[in-house]
Design a protein around this ligand. Structure first.
Ligand code: BTN
Length: 327
């Protein structure tokens, strides 16, 4: 949105605010120092606040810089990731998954993490939209070329769900659970979704893109998802750092991928399921059936009882309704 001068001005105003040691500073004194108008200063400060800087604004007297906990800081993320990655940050992008898909044609690209502060066309499973409001969440995708067989791809979604669940557990006092196959729930509402996309060549996996969306801070949810979506801030009444959460998730993914065949993350996945033992409605490619979930096997498949079949194995589909407390 800003040209180079605008970005430079952002940096200079931020420095002046920070140097003022959490004390009030007037818009006119900032404007005087930089030889610009007060309204220009105000415009830049609004934009800094949109980026996540916590700056208090007092209409008549000025501004106080508080903190930057909501700001995505590439260096902080990079410093806390154990296995180095090529990280790219976008203030705005259509979709981090789509971006990686486009560049994945170049087979030398691997281990690349793309993070955005806003997505104009965030994509969810089954062709849905993932609304990715500015400075409210984590929108990131990881491109990998792991040496795994095609029938193990579903397990990568499971592994990612466990990585997110455990990272949230480490940073909050919340109890995130996993709704088969790719959603993280807190207090019966969705807080995060995963979109794993793959490319197969000559019957072998060429690449995987692991897309992760997490609602981290409070925001107005669209009418259509208001009753089923939530954020970490809403549920935990706390503001956590997206940088810390991102680094923890990536470190967890790397650890589980390194130990892919020992199935420890699959046991964790099953133990963290909020659907085992529940009556649910399944959408199986457009056909809706009521089932009771008995288990999830080590391949990430759902074992269910239907009205005519015991222990039916469900390879893919979506749980569209959960019956909570048998009501
Ligand atoms: C779902 O809930 O159906 C999956 C949502 C996945 C959203 C993430 S946000 C980052 C990445 N880029 C996208 O366009 N989608 C994924």
């Amino acid at each position: 949105m800003y040209n180079i001068n605008g970005d430079k001005m952002k940096e200079r105003i931020l420095n002046i605010l920070k140097e003022n040691n959490n004390q009030l500073i007037s818009g006119s004194s900032i404007a005087k120092k930089l030889n610009v108008t007060r309204s220009y200063v105000n415009k830049i400060i609004i934009s800094l606040k949109e980026d996540g800087y916590n700056i208090e604004q007092y209409n008549r007297s000025g501004y106080i810089y508080k903190d930057c906990i909501k700001v995505i800081d590439e260096k902080e993320i990079c410093d806390n990731i154990n296995k180095k990655k090529d990280i790219l940050f976008f203030e705005k992008i259509n979709s981090t998954n789509t971006y990686l898909k486009e560049i994945a044609k170049d087979k030398t690209i691997n281990n690349k993490l793309v993070i955005a502060n806003f997505q104009s066309n965030g994509r969810g499973r089954l062709g849905r939209t993932f609304i990715s409001e500015k400075t409210c969440g984590i929108y990131m995708s990881l491109l990998l070329r792991p040496d795994i067989s095609l029938n193990n791809i579903t397990k990568v979604t499971c592994l990612t769900a466990v990585a997110i669940k455990n990272a949230i557990l480490e940073l909050t006092n919340l109890n995130p659970l996993i709704k088969w196959v790719n959603d993280i729930y807190i207090n019966n509402k969705k807080v995060s979704g995963i979109l794993v996309e793959s490319s197969i060549e000559n019957n072998q996996l060429d690449y995987l893109i692991i897309g992760i969306g997490i609602n981290v801070y409070k925001r107005e949810f669209d009418e259509s998802i208001k009753n089923i979506a939530t954020s970490i801030e809403d549920e935990g009444n706390m503001i956590i750092s997206r940088n810390e959460l991102i680094a923890k998730i990536i470190n967890n993914i790397d650890t589980y991928l390194d130990n892919f065949y020992n199935n420890i993350f699959m046991e964790d996945y099953r133990n963290s399921s909020c659907v085992i033992g529940k009556k649910v409605e399944l959408n199986m490619h457009g056909k809706y059936i009521d089932v009771v979930v008995k288990d999830i096997n080590l391949d990430g498949e759902l074992i269910v009882d239907t009205k005519d079949e015991i222990n039916k194995v469900i390879y893919s589909g979506e749980i569209t309704r959960m019956v909570i407390n048998d009501k």
